[in-house]
Design a protein around this ligand. Structure first.
Ligand SMILES: *Cc1c(COP(=O)(O)O)cnc(C)c1O
Length: 383
């Protein structure tokens, strides 16, 4: 019998930088007496991220949700936006807060991202954009989506909360689409405690996003538009600058953990690893499995509960589906009959514990629990 863990194992732990280094930086902030409003730490982090993500334009925000909300606003979208039901609530709530109507498109059975082959059928004269999510770090079909967008004159926005630092065929992921949002929440690989950013190609957006995240204030005399407060402060930026220093080491550790999971899960029928990308293609953000109840012999929910009994706290990302939110019940595209793959996927996925400090022995033990839960055809005959 695989034994239970003495201490709880959570799905993730925040990547914490060296506390002395953070304190040194805090002293600089204290000396400057500037705690927010685009100070030295903010500007340094902005420059560093521009290099790291290999982009021309970046704007940083108080969190990823505000980044997306104001990014959509800056693009002056109207009417309907085609998106995925299989995402974190923030993706669609950013549409709601812009008075944009989500049009839910079913997902691809392999990547669990928006199914590019099903987008065109959903386009109407009201459609202004496609909002894709690179779910669990697997990139959307960026080429196909761009072709559709070009043909119908639509904007393309990506929720890239899971793909910090990832590449597609060697190309940084934020080169695709008009705009990409990143989240720097404590649970994300790169964090600023809370925080977020937008990357984009259009230089004119720099100015508009600057206004949108700071009350529309141009100078002491002029307020140009109705903005909000969504600035990243100096404390957040300071933490981020120190997290950047430990990022490569964390990616390497997660690479090793991922390999250990893959080796120990390979022989278990009915478990498919969703996050397969390696090295520069990977964000090393999540390690997610897809449990096929028929082949595995147990449902995802049973696995989830059994892991909990062993003190392992996996997560059912993303359950419930966004299309099942009560306020979308009147939308035709939100009806389950139109989203069969998403409804299947949401019953099967499980995000496993995944962070650099997770010992390899723990990974082996978690996989042993899964192996024990697996009900083979032979054992069924024996019953
Ligand atoms: C984390 C996350 C967000 C929200 O980002 P915050 O920085 O927490 O506001 C949005 N979309 C996805 C897919 C996420 O995982």
């Amino acid at each position: 019998m695989a034994k239970a863990f003495e201490q709880p194992i959570y799905v993730t732990r925040p990547l914490l930088p060296n506390i002395e280094a953070v304190t040194e930086r805090m002293k600089k902030v204290w000396d400057s007496k500037q705690l927010t409003n685009f100070g030295a730490q903010h500007n340094e982090l902005s420059d560093r991220l521009k290099d790291y993500l290999d982009v021309d334009h970046i704007s940083m925000f108080s969190n990823g949700t505000m980044a997306l909300l104001l990014g959509l606003r800056a693009l002056e979208l109207t009417g309907e936006v085609i998106t995925t039901p299989f995402t974190f609530p923030a993706t669609v709530q950013a549409l709601d807060w812009n008075n944009l109507t989500p049009v839910f498109c079913d997902i691809d059975p392999v990547t669990f991202n928006i199914d590019a082959d099903k987008i065109e059928a959903l386009i109407t004269e009201k459609t202004s954009a496609i909002l894709g999510v690179h779910v669990f770090g697997n990139p959307c079909d960026v080429e196909k989506i761009q072709k559709i967008a070009d043909k119908h004159n639509l904007k393309v926005i990506y929720d890239g909360a899971h793909v910090f630092g990832a590449k597609v065929n060697g190309i940084p992921i934020s080169h695709f689409g008009d705009m990409t949002m990143f989240s720097f929440h404590a649970t994300k690989l790169f964090n600023t405690v809370e925080g977020g950013a937008l990357t984009y190609h259009d230089a004119a957006l720099d100015k508009r996003l600057q206004l949108l995240r700071n009350f529309g204030i141009v100078n002491t005399e002029e307020v140009a538009l109705s903005g909000l407060n969504a600035k990243m402060n100096e404390i957040q930026a300071s933490v981020g600058l120190e997290v950047l220093k430990v990022l490569e080491e964390e990616r390497n550790k997660r690479h090793t953990i991922k390999r250990a999971y893959e080796e120990n899960l390979a022989a278990i029928e009915g478990i498919r690893v969703l996050t397969t990308l390696e090295d520069e293609s990977s964000s090393y953000q999540y390690f997610v499995i897809d449990i096929d109840q028929e082949k595995f012999g147990q449902s995802r929910d049973v696995v989830y509960e059994e892991l909990q009994k062993h003190n392992v706290f996996a997560r059912k990302y993303f359950s419930p589906l966004c299309s099942d939110f009560e306020w979308y019940s009147g939308l035709a595209s939100a009806q389950p009959v139109n989203l069969p793959i998403a409804h299947k996927a949401v019953q099967q996925v499980l995000a496993m514990p995944y962070y650099g400090e997770l010992p390899i022995e723990s990974v082996v033990q978690i996989c042993a629990i899964l192996q024990e839960l697996h009900v083979t055809q032979e054992s069924l005959f024996q019953l």
